[in-house]
Write a protein that binds this ligand. Structure first.
Ligand code: UD1
Length: 362
């Protein structure tokens, strides 16, 4: 009997564990699937919680590389991933999204002539100096298979001259959410824990470099948090917490009426809050979509989005502008679901089938 092809998934940051969950399930029967964790996210509530809750297999290795400047972090990852891949000798590597772990994984594999597949290929914000945009573009140009979640992402790749290996796969985040919906609905824990009433609170998250690393924008974020008109839950990302502490803002925000600061939430608790909230305010790409999947309006704390389809379906760009926020919250807009499934097929199935075809039907 022929050995199953060996696939290595390289992950390191919170949104990647979420995208990995449905794919890991589908891969497990068909391939010998190994997970390499770069260690980019390392706090229990940013990493292990997701492995436990989403029943992810343990990574074969955790490279424990995190923090520091982007170039140094990516460089250290490149070297360590190369070693891991030389030890594992996979037939194919899958990378996810747009983090430093994504780029380091794709580059290490491509340099070893191991073909790479990119989940969430073709997403673009067209903001050239956004770290995630740099990671996305380069990864797409290194990958051999491009798992595109949307029509627009397919078009973006073609416009950059990438014409081969495009697979319109749909959205893995939708697949996981769809499979978890009854648990999300039945989950009473977070609203009870934070004393929130369904439909009468907001959920806010913010961690993008543009919003929290530039002092003038961090200040604007703080002003927005002070102007929230109804009770608001804010699970604070470690990057954002660090910036608030450095800028002496944390104590001021803790005393703010209407604002409940908490540690990062688990996947299920986040989505239960997103489902029950009056609206979600976020600069996260994933949460923008997830809120709309759940029928909740979204105000995006940026001036652009990669998920342009969401703009016609209940997502509004408000930047860090208090007036735009208050106006958007007054005018409730209907939310329309997006076409997340392609030919009604599970994204993880379409991706696994494409990998198998690429490897010659093994
Ligand atoms: C990264 C991704 C971003 C993704 C986000 C999800 C890049 C360029 N950015 O941003 O695309 O949306 O993850 O969360 O890869 N830290 C902790 N504990 C942790 C993780 C991080 O304290 O568990 C600290 C780090 O040491 C660092 C800061 O938080 O000082 C930022 O972490 P980093 O990994 O640089 O990027 P994120 O902001 O999380």
């Amino acid at each position: 009997m022929k050995a199953k092809p060996k696939i290595v998934s390289i992950v390191g940051a919170r949104p990647q564990f979420i995208k990995l969950a449905p794919l890991s399930k589908t891969f497990s029967g068909r391939f010998h699937h190994v997970i390499v964790h770069t260690g980019q996210h390392y706090d229990d509530n940013m990493s292990q919680t997701f492995f436990r809750q989403l029943h992810l297999p343990r990574p074969s290795v955790n490279l424990s590389i995190s923090g520091g400047r982007h170039g140094a972090m990516t460089g250290r990852m490149l070297s360590a991933i190369e070693k891991a891949l030389l030890a594992d000798r996979p037939d194919f590597v899958v990378v996810y999204g747009d983090t430093n772990s994504t780029l380091a994984g794709a580059l290490a594999a491509a340099k070893l002539s191991i073909p790479v597949g990119h989940v969430e290929a073709g997403m673009r914000s067209f903001v050239d100096d956004m770290p995630e945009e740099i990671n996305r573009r380069l990864t797409d140009h290194l990958a051999r298979l491009h798992f595109c979640p949307t029509e627009v992402s397919m078009k973006n790749l073609r416009a950059e001259g990438i014409k081969n290996g495009l697979i319109h796969s749909g959205d893995l985040m939708y697949e996981l959410l769809h499979d978890s919906k009854s648990i999300i609905r039945a989950n009473k824990k977070p609203l009870r824990q934070f004393g929130l009433t369904p439909g009468e609170f907001l959920l806010i998250t913010a961690h993008r470099a543009a919003n929290v690393d530039r002092p003038e924008n961090l200040q604007r974020l703080a002003e927005l948090l002070e102007a929230l008109p109804i009770p608001t839950l804010f699970p604070v990302h470690p990057r954002t917490r660090k910036r608030f502490v450095q800028a002496n803002l944390l104590r001021r925000l803790r005393n703010q009426d209407n604002l409940i600061l908490c540690e990062p939430l688990s996947y299920l608790d986040t989505l239960t809050c997103a489902m029950q909230a009056h609206a979600v305010l976020t600069d996260s790409g994933g949460l923008q979509k997830e809120a709309l999947f759940l029928g909740t309006p979204v105000l995006t704390l940026r001036d652009e989005t990669e998920w342009v389809e969401t703009l016609r379906r209940g997502n509004r760009l408000i930047g860090l502008d208090v007036r735009r926020m208050l106006r958007a919250l007054r005018r409730k807009r209907a939310v329309r679901p997006m076409p997340y499934l392609i030919r009604r097929k599970r994204p993880s199935r379409l991706i696994a089938d494409a990998v198998r075809r690429f490897l010659g039907g093994r």
